[in-house]
Ligand binder design. Structure first.
Ligand SMILES: [Cu+2]
Length: 455
């Protein structure tokens, strides 16, 4: 069971983990996924992706069977998108099983979103094309195949997306990929006696929690950074694990939530990151090695400063303006109750049915959604839109949660009210998903469909 208190204690108390002592140095150099810049074809930013079976050494010397994109050993390349660019993503499925490619956090048309309806059969190529209409942010991509999302992501099918825009704040932030701007993809995994990955789905309240932490597919990593501000793009790509992160021997400020920059940097002691969530933080390594710590696993990542590397500036006081959604704007209300249904999980008493559209949103409306939990711990993720948190247990969100979000942690003790503007795209025929991003729960039915229709 998971102890989920209103004041934020999300550490599972019955799951043994292989924890790393923070007083020891990190053991393995952090793998940095390659950065994939687009090819420019007739003014369109074109990306070629394949999803493949692969092999990866997590640091133990064993060649472990994994799934990856573009023949990486694990995970996928980090895609760099530019705001206002027209992009075209070609995804070829080289697996023996069906898959999809979902752009998590991206505001895109429904038939380009890569949800369960956009199945890519083995040997087939699927093309998504759209304009990037959102500001700088850290997004990610992963399979969203009906019933097998957990298994494919657990085996390594996930990658980061970095959206860049012309916000002048970006120039004042650490922004050299892999040097002082570091992808940090957190995934817990379980290995069998043969050293191979051991996957299972768990219908427990908190999903399947695994005993070994991997960061970008590396056990117990360190990375060499400048002495000064270092930006970490945190992505919880785990099956079910919630992380409670802090920094030893360094300060931490949060500069961005799921959908982009906060209005100003928010100093934090502890940052809770649920499955599917992202946060960008800046850690100060001026005082020597700083260590990112998780409450369950101990050391996550050691940042080892090298004073011969040029240091960036500390974040400016102003990062971005956020147009807050006000109560006057609300056109419609909906409620979503996350609960057990049969042997699995559901929303409002229903399990996912590909043939049933659960909610219909009028194009142009601003909606307020109240998310409650009957049993368990969940992260509520909405496709297509970035929402704002209006309240947590009736209180306005703290500064660090007052930006744009697409995924939010909800528990029996944490009722969340969100609001979103559905003014980007309409399509009466292809729905978007809302679901729990604990992948066990998603695959066990905790998902629904909404479409956005004109009129
Ligand atoms: Cu859930």
């Amino acid at each position: 069971m998971l102890a989920a208190c209103a004041d934020g204690n999300f550490v599972a108390d019955n799951v043994q983990v292989n924890a790393a002592d923070i007083s020891d140095p990190g053991v393995n150099p952090l793998m940095i996924p390659e950065l994939l810049e687009p090819a420019l074809v007739d003014g369109v930013h074109r990306y070629e992706l394949s999803i493949d079976e692969s092999n990866h050494d997590f640091g133990s010397g064993t060649a472990v069977e994994t799934i990856s994109y573009n023949r990486q050993s694990i995970l996928g390349p980090t895609l760099k998108w530019t705001s206002n660019a027209n992009v075209e993503l070609h995804v070829t499925n080289n697996l023996d099983a069906g898959t999809t490619a979902h752009w998590h956090g991206a505001d895109v048309p429904a038939d380009d979103d890569g949800g369960p309806h956009s199945r890519i059969d083995p040997g087939q190529t699927w093309v998504a094309d759209f304009k990037v209409i959102q500001p700088a942010a850290t997004l990610w991509y992963h399979p969203h195949m009906m019933g097998t999302s957990a298994e494919q992501v657990f085996h390594g099918a996930a990658g980061m997306i970095i959206v860049e825009d012309d916000n002048p704040a970006a120039a004042d932030l650490p922004n050299t990929y892999g040097v002082d701007d570091i992808p940090v993809i957190l995934q817990d995994r379980e290995f069998g006696a043969d050293g191979q990955l051991s996957f299972e789905i768990d219908n427990d309240d908190d999903g399947d929690l695994n005993p070994d932490l991997t960061v970008n597919g590396t056990f117990d990593p360190y990375t060499t950074v400048p002495a000064g501000p270092v930006r970490l793009r945190l992505l919880n790509g785990s099956q079910a694990r919630v992380y409670e992160l802090s920094v030893d021997n360094g300060s931490m400020v949060k500069i961005a939530s799921d959908g982009g920059y906060l209005p100003s940097p928010a100093p934090m002691d502890t940052l809770v990151l649920g499955p599917g969530d992202r946060a960008e933080i800046v850690v100060d390594t001026t005082n020597g090695p700083a260590v990112l710590i998780d409450a369950a696993f101990g050391r996550v990542l050691e940042l080892r400063p090298d004073s011969t590397l040029p240091a960036a500036q500390f974040p400016p006081a102003q990062l971005a303006e956020i147009d807050r959604i006000t109560v006057d704007e609300i056109d419609a209300d909906r409620s979503f109750s996350m609960n057990e249904v049969g042997d699995g999980w559901g929303i409002n008493g229903k399990q996912m049915d590909m043939m049933r559209v659960d909610e219909s949103v009028r194009f142009g409306d601003t909606e307020r959604w109240t998310i409650t939990v009957e049993d368990g711990i969940h992260t509520f993720h909405v496709h297509q839109t970035q929402f704002q948190i209006l309240s947590i247990n009736g209180e306005p969100p703290p500064a660090e949660d007052a930006g744009w979000e697409d995924t939010v942690l909800v528990t029996e003790d944490r009722e969340v009210v969100i609001a979103a503007r559905f003014d980007s795209y309409a399509n009466p025929d292809v729905p978007y998903m809302y679901h729990c991003h604990i992948l066990d729960h998603e695959d066990l039915g905790m998902m629904g469909q909404f479409n956005v229709v004109v009129g």
